[in-house]
Design a protein around this ligand. Sequence first.
Ligand code: MSP
Length: 524
Amino acid sequence: MGAFFKAMTKPYYITTPLYYVNASPHIGHAYTNILCDTFARFRRFRGEKVFFLTGTDEHGTKIDRAARDQKQEPKAYVDQMVPKFKELWKLLEIEYDYFIRTTDQNHKETVQKILRNLEKKGEIYKASYTGWYCTPCESFWTKFQLAEGKCPDCHREVQALEEENYFFKLSQHQDWLKAYIQDNAGFIRPESRKNEILGFLEQPLEDLCITRPRNRLAWGIDYPTSKEHVVYVWFDALINYVSAVGLTKDAKKFKAHWPADAHVVGKDILRHHAVYWPIMLKACEVEMPKTIIAHGWWTMAGTKVSKSRGNAVDPVELVQTYGVDAFRYFLLREVTLGLDGAFSEDLLAQRYTTDLANDLGNLWFRLASMLGKYFEGRIPFFDLKSSVRSSPMAGALNLWTSVGAAMDDYNPRQALSEIWNLITGANQFIERTKPWELAKDAAKREDLASVLGHLAVTVAHVAVILQPLLPVTAAHILKRLKIAEKNVFKTQEDFIQPLVSFGVLVERGEALFPKLEEEKEEKI
Ligand code: MSP
C-alpha cells in the first residue's frame, strides 16, 4: 500500500480577518488583503498550491445597529454591503480562493455543531452575571470596561443588568496556552507582539461569555441549545477559519487544508486570535495554526485610520489617481510588517515619483528606447557568458533566493528593497557603461549588444519576481519583452534562465508610471 500511496500535498493556507460590513472598506482593510494576496501569489509563483481565504463578518451589535440606521433588515443590509468588499478586492487585484460570509448556512451549522460538541465535553457552562448597560449606546459593559463607572464610549450613566449567559472555559486552558506559545517560537509574530500576549497571560484569564440574550440582540447565530440566546459575534467569526475548509462537514477536505499556515490580522485583534482562538481549537481537539501575524495600524495625524474616527482613506480614489500597483507598492514598502505607518497622500506621491516613475519606469524606458535606437527594437544577440564589468545580471539571478528568503520571513518590505537595490544598480550600470558612447564606435558593437543584453536579462528578472508584488506592472513589462507570464518558478534553475530571447521585438509602450499632474508634483 505504502508505495501506491501518494501523499496529498496540503495547500499553503492563508487567511485575512473577516471584515465587519457596517461601513465600506478603507485603507486598513485593504492593507491586510494586499499583504495576504502578495504572500499567496508568491507561493503560487513558486509552484505551491494555495488556499487564500477572506470574507465578511456579518453578525452582532455593530451590524444590527448599522442596518437599523439605514432602516433595513440586517440580512438585506449585509447583502448589499458585501459587494462593496468584493469590488474593492477586484480593483486591488486580490486573488482569493474563497470568500466566506458568516451568514452562510454552512458556517452557521458548523458553529452550532462545535457548540454542541463543546457543551458535551463540559467546556461550556451557563451562569448569570451582572453587567452594566448603556441605553443610548445599547452596549453592555463589564465592571472592568467602565470608565470611572460610566459608559466608556459616551461617558453617560449605566444601569446594572443581570443576565444569564453561556460561558466558555477559557481559564482552564491558560497554562497550556502559555507553554504552547513559549515552546513554539514562530507561533505569534512579530516577537514584540508575542511578548505582549505572554504578558497578558500573566493575569488570570476570565472565562468568555459566548452568548447574548436574544431579547437584547437578535442578529446572530441561534445558540443550539437555548432559544433565548444567540452566539457572541467573535465566537461565531473565528470559526470561519475551519468552517470554510469543512470542519464538522467534510473530513477529507478538512484534512487536506488544515492547519492554516498563516492568519494575518491587525494588532487590535491579536488577542482574539492568539488567546481565544487557540483555546477554542484546543478544546475542539483541533491542531493549531502554524503562525499568527499581527500587523500595525495605518495612522493619520497620529490616530488610527477608521471610519468611526472619520479619517477613513478611500482606497478607490487612491487607485484611480496612482494606479493599483503604486498603492500596493506604497503599503508594502513604507513600513515593516508589524509596525504602525503614517499615511499621507504626499508620501504616496513621493514614492510614486522616486521609486516607481524615476527608478523602475525610467529603467524600462531607457532600455526599450536604446533597443529601439540601436537594434531596431530587438534583443540583440550577445554571449550570455560575456563578462561585463559591474553588470547587474548576476544580482538579478540571485533575486530568487534573496526575495524568497524575505517573503518566507513575511517581510515584503525587505523583498522590495532587494529588488529596488538591483533597479538602482541597473540604472547606475547605464550611467557607467554609457551605451550612447559605445554606439558611436562600430568596433564596439559587440560590447553594446552585451551591455543592453545584460540589462534586458536583468529587467526580465525584475519583472518576473515582481509578479506577486506588483502584478499589473510586471505583466506589462513581461508582455513588452514577449516573455510568457510563466507563473511557476519552482526551483532556482527555473529562474536563472536568460528569459529573454535573441531577436525578439520589444515594445516600448506607454510610460509605466506617467508623470503626476503638475499640481500634484508641486504638492510633493
Ligand atoms: N470582524 C473582526 C475580525 C474578525 S476575524 C475572525 C474585525 N473587523 S474589522 O473590520 O473591524 O477589522 C478588520 C481588520 O482591519 C483588523 O485586522 C484591523 O486591525 C484592520 N484594520 C482596521 N483599521 C486599521 C488601520 N487603520 N490600519 C491597519 N489595519 C486596521 O475586527
